[in-house]
Design a protein around this ligand. Structure first.
Ligand code: ADP
Length: 777
């Protein structure tokens, strides 16, 4: 199983360990950790928590931090007096720290998610799980901590990893022991450890109980009185006003005056402040009010930056910051020109659609720069609850403002360019549809009175300029789609990637690593080697990451070996990045029966889609396995019927559907694919398997098919052609009706790949099947 690698901010914990499934709150005071929290809130509210080896280290580096930690979801943030913040998090998954990619202004970590192995029908595992459950129940009974809830749900747990994490979260243990459990990657090993610990703890608890009873009887009356008096003093202090409280209230008053809030907002702020003044400093309610006041004071109610609608300047900035993308730039300039004439930036929302890493975010950033607006980015990936957009009511435990208000606060002006990332990755559940809330946000007729449940005040969003990004249009709800102007940003060829790397990514990474006297430069062949042998993607995100790694390793090389400069060559790349991950020949070069390379188009760009078919003696069963969506299943059925109707044309026994079983398999790839464009691929694989003719392995194909064998056009021709090229394919078969789209495919690719346009299945088979086997049938 390949484990995911993700990038997220890191907070090193001192004296605390959190397990997956566990909810925990802790206080954050260090500036770096506060910034990391901020960053996480702007993204997917995910943070990597792992403990420090030595709690005394103030500014830990990678070597000071434990490698195994937990990816957590931030549930709530409460402001405490001073600059401290209390955070409530829920552990999600174990992960291994691979690298700290940024040290300033906060720690950014690259982590590898560790998924628990599955143990289905494993007797050993089942026995261990039962023993842990039984012992844990006994433990809860003795320690008096167990509510019936936990006991009840415990029986329903059938995942060993889940069970072990739930139980570990409950037991009180020393830090070192907890870390040991966290680091037990093997689930059975983990369960065993927990079982031993539980048994031990039960023994200790039993002894403790005995001692406790004895001691309790010995506490005499005077001691008890002393104790009560101390408690009373503490309560009085808590309730009564003290000097610190007054000072804080005055500070807030000053801040409210300075912020020059609109009248209604100011009234609300003073009202809340009055409530705060009547409360104890450390009550949780006062924390809620403080967090609220801070937000109200810092929101940009009136602050605006001055728009610049200078088209020439905009063109210059877009040109300087991005290579290629001529169509996209032109569309954006047109968009801005229209805005200039209408003298406002209102109107349809731009939606940049394309695979990851093709520069959608960075184009949006350039637009912000060219119209002189602050830039703020908010990811909508994984948002499935309306409250994430619009906030929770303050009375709800753990309330935080919705992402829109949070973003506006970050933007520091009320007219920022607000980038809503991954709008296609939103979903909905029983808690209300976030798309509805988003519709209101994006609607210029309504969004001047946007109401966030948490804020309880109207905020004017009408001067913000919203831009969205998506990988695919398929999953965007129709009403949202109607409100947007779509701009397609497609993948890059090797040459384009080379130019982007040389002119943009390398200078950017070098600048980010802040090297003063040392010099690093790249040879052209080194750049090509990174592109061809270490990355396989439509965009340039992995490429940028690989370049960053090379630069980091080169700096280490320079420092360790007292060098002045390094000119990175192909050999350096090999040394720094390890063995080549991709060679140009990933596609099987051998001609085989029943194996065909199709081409698919997904949200991640184009990809190859191998299809395998086996025909064997049987009774006419038709079986489909692997990664097939509903549409692909229908294509397979259509193809099957076509072959039955035309069996004689292809030298296939007419009764094959009674005497042969057919099995179609689409091996799993990294990204799920579905769509009708695998029609001709499946027919070719089936005919090959039924007739015994081999398929030419240097050919790939894409095309939809009708029952009568007509080949229909498909989408994403450019992306598919690029994918075929990346996979080393020499010839591709495309529907004739798609010929017109070839002008979008870069010439450099067309000169290296032969394109065969076809109108019907007969054409496809004539090109794809190798006829020499004809006589054997
Ligand atoms: P996306 O938002 O589409 O996933 P990003 O904007 O994050 O992609 O792009 C990834 C990186 O690649 C960024 O550093 C970006 O500046 C760079 N990049 C992408 N396309 C280009 C381009 N055409 N010219 C220069 N840099 C680019």
């Amino acid at each position: 199983m390949e484990n995911r690698i993700e990038k997220m901010p890191l907070i090193p914990l001192r004296g605390l360990i959190i397990f997956p499934q566990m909810v925990l709150h802790f206080d954050v005071g260090r500036e770096k950790s506060l910034l990391a929290l901020d960053e996480a809130m702007l993204k997917e509210q995910k943070i990597f928590l792992t403990s420090q080896k030595d709690a005394k280290v103030e500014d830990p580096e990678k070597s000071d931090i434990k490698e195994i930690g937990t990816v957590c979801n931030i549930k709530q943030i409460l402001k405490l007096p001073g600059n401290n913040v209390r955070v409530l998090v829920e552990g999600e998954e174990r992960a291994r720290l691979l690298e700290i990619t940024e040290n300033e202004p906060f720690l950014m970590a690259e982590v590898q998610i560790i998924e628990d192995a599955k143990y289905e029908d494993d007797k050993n595992c089942e026995a261990l799980m039962r023993a842990v459950k039984r012992t844990f129940k006994e433990y809860l009974k003795i320690s008096n901590g167990g509510s019936t809830d936990t006991l009840f749900t415990l029986d329903d747990i059938d995942e060993p990893g889940y069970l072990s994490d739930i139980v570990s979260g409950y037991i009180e243990l020393k830090e070192a022991v907890k870390q040991e459990i966290l680091e037990a990657i093997d689930v059975l090993d983990r369960l065993e450890k927990i079982l031993i610990i539980l048994k031990n703890e039960i023994e200790i608890l039993k002894v403790e109980k005995k001692i406790g009873l004895k001691v309790k009887n010995k506490i005499d009356k005077s001691q008890r009185e002393y104790f009560l008096r101390e408690q009373l003093k503490a309560i009085e202090e808590e309730l009564g006003e003290n000097e610190d409280d007054k000072k804080e209230i005055n500070e807030y008053k000053e801040k409210i005056e300075e912020a020059k809030l609109p009248k209604e907002i100011k009234e609300k702020a003073l009202y809340e402040l009055n409530r705060l003044s009547k409360m104890g400093n450390y009550s949780s309610e006062s924390g809620v009010i403080r967090t609220y006041l801070d937000l109200v004071i810092s929101l940009p109610w009136n602050k605006k930056t001055k728009d610049s609608l200078d088209i020439n300047k905009a063109r210059k900035i877009l040109e300087e910051e991005h290579y290629g993308l001529e169509d996209v730039k032109e569309r954006i300039i047109e968009y801005l020109a229209v805005k200039k004439i209408s003298k406002s930036l209102k109107g349809p929302i731009l939606c940049l659609v394309g695979p990851p890493g093709v520069g959608k975010t960075s184009i949006a950033r350039s637009i912000a720069k060219s119209v002189n607006r602050n830039f703020v980015r908010m990811s909508l990936g994984g948002v499935k609850d309306e409250a994430e957009i619009r906030g929770h009511r303050k009375t709800y435990v753990g309330a935080i403002p919705g992402r829109i208000i949070y973003g506006m606060n970050k933007a520091k002006s009320k007219n920022p360019l607000f980038l809503l990332d991954e709008i296609d990755k939103m979903s909905n559940d029983f808690r209300g549809d976030p798309a509805d809330a988003l519709l209101e946000v994006l609607d210029t007729e309504q969004n001047n009175t946007f109401r966030d449940h948490y804020l309880e005040l109207e905020f004017d969003l009408s001067s913000a300029m919203f831009v969205t990004t998506a990988n695919t249009l398929d999953t965007i709800p129709r009403p949202l789609l109607d409100r947007m102007e779509i701009i397609q940003v497609s993948g890059y060829t090797y040459e384009e990637k080379f130019n982007i790397a040389r002119n943009h990514l390398i200078p950017k990474q070098i600048a980010e690593h802040n090297m003063k006297d040392t010099k690093i430069s790249f040879s052209n062949s080194a750049i090509y080697s990174i592109i061809e042998n270490y990355t396989r993607e439509s965009g340039v995100r992995s490429l940028e990451r690989a370049i960053a790694t090379v630069i980091r390793k080169a700096i280490t090389d320079i420092v360790e070996n007292n060098k002045k400069s390094i000119h990175v060559s192909v050999n350096h790349v090999k040394k720094y990045l390890g063995i080549e991950i991709f060679t140009s020949d990933i596609i099987n070069k051998e001609d085989k029966v029943g194996v065909v390379t199709g081409l698919a188009w997904t949200g991640y760009g184009g990809d190859t889609l191998p299809v395998e078919v086996a025909a064997m003696k049987g009774s006419g069963k038709f079986q489909l396995t692997g990664q097939l969506g509903d549409v692909m299943k229908e294509s397979a059925q259509t193809g099957y019927s076509y072959i039955r109707a035309n069996a004689d044309k292809y030298n296939i026994s007419e009764k094959f559907y009674e005497t042969l079983d057919l099995h179609i398999h689409v091996p799993e790839g990294a990204v799920p694919k579905d769509g009708p464009s695998a029609g001709i691929t499946m027919i070719t694989a089936m005919v090959s398997a039924l007739s015994g003719k081999k398929v030419n392995s240097s050919i790939a194909m894409t095309g939809e098919v009708t029952l009568t064998g007509i080949v229909l056009p498909i989408g994403g021709l450019k992306e598919k052609t690029l994918a075929a090229f990346r996979a080393g394919i020499k010839t591709i078969i495309i529907p004739k009706a798609n010929e017109k789209d070839l002008k979008k495919v870069p010439k450099s690719i067309l000169s290296k790949i032969k394109i065969i346009p076809v109108e019907n299945v007969e054409d496809v088979l004539r090109h794809a099947l190798i006829e020499e086997n004809l006589n054997e049938n």
